[in-house]
Design a protein around this ligand. Sequence first.
Ligand SMILES: Cc1cc2nc3c(=O)[nH]c(=O)nc-3n(C[C@H](O)[C@H](O)[C@H](O)COP(=O)(O)O)c2cc1C
Length: 218
Amino acid sequence: MLTRRQVNTGLMVGALAGAPGFAAAQAGKTISLPAPRTEGGVSLRAALQKRQSIREFADRPLPPPLLSDLLWAAYGINRPASGDRTAPSWRHAAVIDIYVAMADGVWLYAPKEHELRLHVAGDLRVQTGMQDFVGKAPVDLVYVAQGDEMGSVGEEERRLWATADTAFIGQNVYLLAAAEGLATVFRASVPRTQLAASLGLAAQQFITAAQTVGYPRS
Ligand SMILES: Cc1cc2nc3c(=O)[nH]c(=O)nc-3n(C[C@H](O)[C@H](O)[C@H](O)COP(=O)(O)O)c2cc1C
């Protein structure tokens, strides 16, 4: 059975496919990510030593195994029996979705299936930020909260806790990037209103932050 979130996503793809200014989204198109590497690599201490924000990116795409590792580290499932994730979440609600903007489209990360689902076809990377590197780096992660899954708390608390959830994910990305020699920078600088429109987000969804990832420019 489809979750409410999956239904919303399907509707958005359908709506955007007919909207002016958008390349037709190919509803149902998915990318199965290879299994993530969940063992080995550099030590946590070594990754902490290297964690930093880097804003100069090569335009080289990330190969699928690295994209897989990145998304799993960010917010993948680390306890398959329960479906729990690599980052904690307010009230165990896991309200953050990761939209992955790449040259060929914006994809929604589905942690359970560990796959990417096409949300909007076309290159929207430049729309995810105001800094010049956003359109050049291969991946811009856009963190989106499902506000209607936050129960009875008001708008201010929704923003606060959704942003806290996002920050944990962002740090996971920083550490994976440090461990793999990638460049990344977490960004509050996001044109939220325009980007929400470009992504066809529903009224209850809101963008908390974005994060650019790629190879450092050598
Ligand atoms: C909440 C938050 C928002 C940020 N927004 C931006 C941003 O919009 N653009 C940017 O280039 N860096 C942004 N950064 C990165 C910070 O500038 C960076 O973490 C800080 O300068 C310290 O550098 P370091 O990460 O290398 O330790 C943000 C960091 C945080 C935690």
